[in-house]
Design a protein around this ligand. Structure first.
Ligand code: 5RP
Length: 232
């Protein structure tokens, strides 16, 4: 997709974003954090897309320069289309990062990964000293797993093994994520499948237990990350 088509696709997408106005107000608060020369980890999803737009406005108005470390091809194209230079974790460490979330519990633990980008999102969040999580109130839950399953990215060869181990860890229901309107499973940017897993309870230890299963690439559980939540 060239830059102009990318912008056109994103403009169409803006009309489909839930809670658009609230998300835009949250991203305006985020834009206040941007300083000249910052290297910023950029999350994926609709809120992050809006945040890139808000940041782009700010840097144009104030004539400041930043570098982005994107967490998906989609957000990378958005940055490029808006004239924001991009680099990767192989070249730079983010000064700070921002991202959306699907669930936020009272201790600011997160479920992420509805967009399937949690592998790169966790790499970026783990590399940054601080990450801003941008959410509207619909994302707050009293316990993780209340609304969404935990996404688990899995090497395709390991799916059967991982399913057995997930049931041993207390999984109640496991679904291979399928691509909307298409045949077959969702394939992540790293060429993997995603299992959406419901657990009766999610203990703090679960993130590490899932990561220890051979074939699990990453999960959408973010427990005790250095985050500051910006919400409305
Ligand atoms: C993508 C993510 C997103 O941050 C999460 O799904 C929230 O998305 P949105 O901002 O569209 O509500 O984790 O992998």
């Amino acid at each position: 997709m060239d830059w102009h088509n990318s912008i056109a696709a994103n403009v169409q997408w803006t009309g489909l974003i839930s809670n658009l106005e609230k998300k835009q107000r949250v991203t305006e608060k985020l834009a206040e954090q941007v300083g000249n020369g910052d290297v910023i980890g950029v999350g994926s999803g609709s809120t992050s897309f809006l945040a890139v737009q808000a940041i782009s406005e700010k840097i144009k108005q104030q004539g400041i320069e930043i570098t982005a470390i994107p967490t998906s091809k989609e957000v990378s194209q958005t940055c490029a289309a808006l004239g924001i230079p991009v680099t990767s974790l192989m070249n730079k460490r983010p000064d700070w990062a921002f991202d959306g979330a699907d669930e936020v519990d009272p201790d600011y633990n997160l479920i992420k990964g509805r967009g399937g980008a949690m592998f790169a999102e966790k790499l970026v969040m783990a590399s940054a000293d601080k990450s801003y999580i941008l959410v509207d109130e619909s994302k707050f839950v009293s316990r993780l797993g209340e609304k969404f399953p935990v996404p688990v990215e899995v090497d395709p060869r390991a799916v059967n093994l991982v399913e057995i181990r997930l049931y041993e860890l207390g999984a109640a229901n496991i679904k291979l994520r399928s691509a909307a309107g298409k045949d077959g499973p969702v394939i992540t940017e790293a060429g993997n499948f995603i299992l959406d897993v419901r657990f009766q309870t999610i203990q703090e230890s679960l993130e590490k237990e899932l990561s220890a299963i051979p074939g699990v690439i990453e999960t959408g559980l973010f427990i005790h990350y250095p985050v500051e939540v910006i919400s409305l």
